[in-house]
Every structure is written in structure tokens, then in C-alpha cells.
Design a protein around this ligand. Structure first.
Ligand code: F6R
Length: 244
């Protein structure tokens, strides 16, 4: 795993966009899994600008949703599905066969998990996973204590996730469970990009990069990934021990 620290969120987002665009240029049929949230918002906007501006062939890659809130319909502006539609799927005019999102209101959530695992394995696995990090160290909705051996699963959300998650919604919303790709996907993905920005992520980034590798802090697993990259802005890196 490598670490790269940038001056601010904007510079970091540009580099992230460049990295994802390069993945698509080098391997047009890449399978790319994307997180939602405040952190990658700008990177995705810059990515669509880069792909369209440079005329990169973006009709062959496959976009996969990292996670979704259970019981939240895709039309809800706080859903991950809505986020990916508005940031990338719409602007890039991706075809229906080019993306797979979770249906958070599916009656059979286990079937939803199985369908995602099958979709990924039929395409030969994930080339790049772009993830954020929760204040509790979650990756996707892999909450503290989760097994590192799981593929897609439904999980009870941690109290921190239920509380912090309110920021995505227009009004107070009951958040109970999430559906998410598992840490097994992260370990098997060809490459992983984790982005973190802002002072509020400084404490968990120190634990992620300098604490014990432990499922109680799921993000620590990225340290075992031979092709993992952690991008941070100065604020998120502010508590890291400086290099000797
Ligand atoms: C969302 C997701 C979450 C977020 C994390 C950070 O799809 O997978 O794990 O990446 O909660 O969210 P932000 O970027 O809003 O701080």
C-alpha cells in the first residue's frame, strides 16, 4: 500500500479523477466499483469532465455500486444510487448494461447480494475499487467487527453510521441496515483507492495507517493490499507520525 498526501481536497480530487480516467484509458472494459459520499463527489465530477473533454472511450467500462441503504428507494436524493446517477451515470450517459446498482428496497435482499457477486465474478472480478472511510473506520458498510471473509452482504449499521448518514438526507431518516460489497472484494480487487479529507477524518486515518490491523477498524485491511493507494489531504493527514 502507498500513501499520497495532497494540499487540499481539490488537488486530491483531481489526482483521483486522473487515476480513474487512466484506468479506463488503459483498460476500456474495466470493472470499477465506486463509493458515494462527500469525499468522492468532486473527483467524480472532474472524472466525467476529463473523460468527455479528452474523448476517452467510456462506453465499455462497468460501474458497480459499493453499497446502499436498505429501505431507501433509488429516487431518494440520499441514496447511493441517486448519487451515482447524478454524478456519473447521467453525465456520461452510461448504457443500462454498463452499471449495476443495488436496489435498497428489494424484497429479497439475499438475492440482491447473490446477483451482485455473480455479476462481479462473471466479469472476472473488480479492477479498481474507489472507497471512502467512515468516522468509525467502515469501508462501504463494512462496520467495525465485520468478517474479512465476506462478499456482498446485508449488515446492521453501526450507531455512528446511522447518525453521520443523516447528512445525505433532506429530512430525518431511519437508517437500520446497509447492503454492501464485502472486504473479501476489497482484498481481491486488482487495485484499491481510498480517499479521505478534512480534519474530521484525521483520527481514523491515524488508526487506519498506524494502528493494529484489526477488523474492529475495517479500513486497516487496506494495508495488506499490494496495490492499495491511500489519498489524503493535509487535514486528514494531520495526525500521522511524520517520516523519520
Ligand atoms: C458510501 C460509503 C461510505 C462512505 C463513508 C465516508 O458509499 O461507502 O463508506 O465512503 O461513510 O463518507 P463521506 O465521504 O461522506 O465522508
Amino acid at each position: 500500500m502507498k500513501i499520497a498526501v495532497f494540499d487540499d481536497h481539490q488537488v486530491m480530487s483531481f489526482q483521483a479523477a486522473r487515476m480513474i480516467a487512466t484506468q479506463i484509458k488503459n483498460k476500456p472494459d474495466s470493472v470499477i466499483c465506486l463509493a458515494s459520499g462527500e469525499t468522492p463527489f468532486l473527483a467524480y465530477h472532474l472524472l466525467s469532465t476529463l473523460l468527455l473533454g479528452e474523448g476517452v472511450d467510456h462506453q465499455q467500462f462497468t460501474l458497480i455500486d459499493l453499497d446502499e441503504w436498505v429501505n431507501i428507494p433509488s429516487q431518494n436524493t440520499g441514496s447511493c444510487s441517486y448519487f451515482l446517477h447524478t454524478t456519473l451515470i447521467g453525465p456520461l450517459k452510461l448504457s443500462l448494461s454498463q452499471f449495476k446498482l443495488f436496489d435498497g428496497i428489494a424484497l429479497d435482499l439475499q438475492a440482491e447480494c447473490d446477483a451482485m457477486d455473480e455479476f462481479i465474478s462473471k466479469r472476472g472480478g473488480i479492477d479498481l475499487m474507489v472507497v471512502g472511510i467512515g468516522m468509525n473506520g467502515h469501508i462501504g458498510f463494512n462496520e467495525p467487527g465485520v468478517s474479512t471473509e465476506l462478499y456482498t452482504h446485508v449488515i446492521e449499521l453501526d450507531d455512528t453510521t446511522r447518525t453521520v448518514g443523516q447528512k445525505y438526507f433532506a429530512g430525518k431518516t431511519t437508517l437500520g441496515q446497509g447492503i454492501t460489497l464485502g472486504l473479501k472484494h476489497l482484498q481481491e480487487s486488482n487495485s484499491v483507492l481510498l480517499m479521505a479529507s478534512g480534519d474530521r477524518k484525521a483520527r481514523i486515518m491515524k488508526a487506519t495507517l498506524e494502528g493494529t490491523i484489526d477488523p474492529l477498524v475495517p479500513s486497516t485491511i487496506i494495508r495488506n493490499h499490494s496495490n492499495g493507494l491511500v489519498m489524503l489531504d493535509q487535514k486528514a493527514a494531520s495526525l500521522l507520525t511524520p517520516d523519520e
